[in-house]
Write a protein that binds this ligand. Structure first.
Ligand SMILES: Cc1cc2nc3c(=O)[nH]c(=O)nc-3n(C[C@H](O)[C@H](O)[C@H](O)COP(=O)(O)O)c2cc1C
Length: 226
């Protein structure tokens, strides 16, 4: 599956089959995690064959079942945008490998997962990963005009960027991000609120995939080409 297809086909999946992730796919995910951690200072971990992370009342309430694998996204404070951007890179890579995922900020066993997080670090979120019982369903998206200043005058790269951003997962599907075509470039912003900065990072990853440019990746990397 190519990356654009993966962005279009991804949906949150909360129920998983009792099938381990293939060794080859674990290697590919781990390789990408290492690159991301080196580049960003985040401490992303892939935890395998550990049902305890989604045991307990919250996970049940959140409708999760069969979750045996998950990414733990932790690191220094103030890295919400990076967590969103690079977490979504892992989500889309997982989708390309035939796996399913769901971002999870609330409905997991936080107390248990804390043991994978260094004392000085913040536990941002986890992402469940595995072979889903279904492929999930399409979420309702805001009209493109509500999340951007899209118009016929905008170049195609901007339009495709915004279209892909509208498919980005956000906490409680809030989609509180905005992309503005300005001075032949793009600027983005998030409304204030819980997880909106992290959501913006996710949407920026989608924008980069859709536009075929690496605008937001370069900004996160202080202007260095990626
Ligand atoms: C940062 C973040 C946190 C989320 N937290 C939860 C959660 O705690 N429980 C849950 O069931 N879904 C959670 N989700 C999944 C969203 O509800 C889901 O992405 C959104 O409804 C859009 O649906 P889609 O991912 O299928 O496109 C979270 C998503 C994001 C991006």
């Amino acid at each position: 599956m190519d990356i654009l297809e993966a962005v279009k086909n991804r949906h949150s999946v909360r129920r998983y089959m009792n099938i381990s992730i293939k060794e080859k796919n674990v290697e590919l995910l781990q390789e990408r995690i290492n690159i991301i951690n080196n580049k960003t200072g985040l401490k992303i971990k892939l935890v395998l064959n550990e049902p305890e992370g989604f045991s307990g009342i919250l996970a049940h309430y959140g409708n999760f079942s069969g979750v045996n694998n998950f990414f733990v996204l932790s690191g220094p404070e103030g890295k919400d945008k990076e967590v969103g951007y690079y977490g979504e890179e892992l989500v889309i890579l997982s989708q390309q490998l035939g796996l399913n995922t769901c971002w999870v900020a609330l409905t997991y066993n936080r107390k248990f997962v804390k043991k994978y997080v260094d004392e000085e670090d913040k536990l941002y979120v986890v992402i469940s990963v595995g072979v889903g019982t279904t492929q999930g369903t399409t979420h309702k998206s805001k009209p493109l005009e509500e999340i951007s200043n899209i118009s016929d005058d905008c170049p195609d790269w901007f339009k495709s960027g915004v279209e892909c951003a509208s498919l980005a997962p956000t906490a409680i599907n809030q989609q509180k991000f905005y992309f503005e075509f300005k001075d032949n470039g793009v600027v983005s912003r998030a409304e204030r609120g819980p997880l909106t900065e992290l959501d913006l990072g996710i949407a920026e990853y989608h924008f980069d995939v859709g536009s075929g440019k690496q605008i937001f990746a370069e900004r996160l990397n202080n202007g260095r080409k990626v």
